[in-house]
Structure formats: C-alpha cells, structure tokens
Design a protein around this ligand. Sequence first.
Ligand code: GAR
Length: 193
Amino acid sequence: MRIALLGSGRGSNADAVLRAQAEGRLGQAKVVGLWCDVPTCKMLELGPKYGVPARFLDSGPFKTKFSPEREQVWADDLKAAQVDLVVLAGFMRVIKAPLLDAFAGRIINLHPSLLPAFPGLDGIGQAWNAGVPEAGCTVHWVNAEIDGGAHLGQTRVHREVTDTLESFANKIHAAEHALLPAVIARLSETLSR
Ligand code: GAR
C-alpha cells in the first residue's frame, strides 16, 4: 500500500511513521513521499533523513483551505505518485473536492483529541481549558465534515493533577506517535488496493 504523508509543521508524526517503516512495523505500507503546504515546514527535513521524496506544494492564498485550482494540482500530484492512502499527519488545511473526490475513502487524519470532543484547531488546548480528566488522540477517515469521519483508532490519556499543559501535550503526542503507525499497519493488511 503506497502512502503519502501530508503535513504542515514539526513532522513528529511523520517521523514516527517513517521510523516504524524503518523498523518493520508498518505492515504492507510504504511511504512514497512527504507533501507539505508550508515551505519552511520542519517535516521537509525528514525526506533526506529517511531517503524519501519530500516536496512543498503551493496551496493558494488561504491559510486553512486550498484554492480549488491548487487542490486539483495536489490531487494530480498524488495520483501521479500512485498513492493508495493519503495520511494527514499534522496537515492543517481542510480537504474538500477535488482532493476528497480523487481519494474518496482513501484519506485518514490524525487529531489530538478524543473525537467527537474538541474538533478543529488546538484540540489539546481545548481539552486542557475544559479541564477534562481524560483526553487523547483519534485517527479517523476524512469526509466532508471537519474531523467527522468514522474512527479507526483512539488512545486515551489521563490528566494528572501534577500535569502542566506541556506534560499533558507531551503525553498526547507520545500516544499519537504509537497510534498512527499502528492504524496504518492495520489498514495496509485490510484495505484493498
Ligand atoms: C499533531 O498533534 C496532530 O494531531 C495535529 O497537529 C499535530 C502535528 O504535529 N493535527 C491537527 O490538529 C489536525 N487538525 P507534528 O507536526 O509534530 O506531527
């Protein structure tokens, strides 16, 4: 299963997926490239580190959505790379047609909350400010509703009284780094090509 990792920032989850692949923990999945929508994105440094093609692709003038023309360019580029599964690993842009249509039922997203709680931006900050005793992360299918598709996996993280926002966030990130490669490995065994 040929997978594309899409990200906008630090790339710690892309790193976790590539590390899993290097250690033989990614099942039948193979990362065929990294696609970033921010030219200064740290995630781009993972390309040379792991010997995987990494590219910045312009997404248009908006911050959290594509322009329709640029979204078509992304869809065409991913199709040209013969991608079977698109993985949003810290990708901060909403996916709509034409990308959503080009990869219908073939896009998954990682979100740092126990969805359906705290969708949208800053899932960790939302959970922290709400004072919930339990938070976590979710991997789900992407559909037209923001963070609304069927769940593929969730990990729960407890908030201890000693936690700071930083330690709380670190625990959620550690949970993400385990969950995303595990879900990809499972899908690689079950999703038809
Ligand atoms: C992760 O916590 C991911 O769940 C979140 O962005 C972070 C990216 O970190 N994604 C979203 O909030 C998507 N709505 P990373 O760049 O280090 O992987």
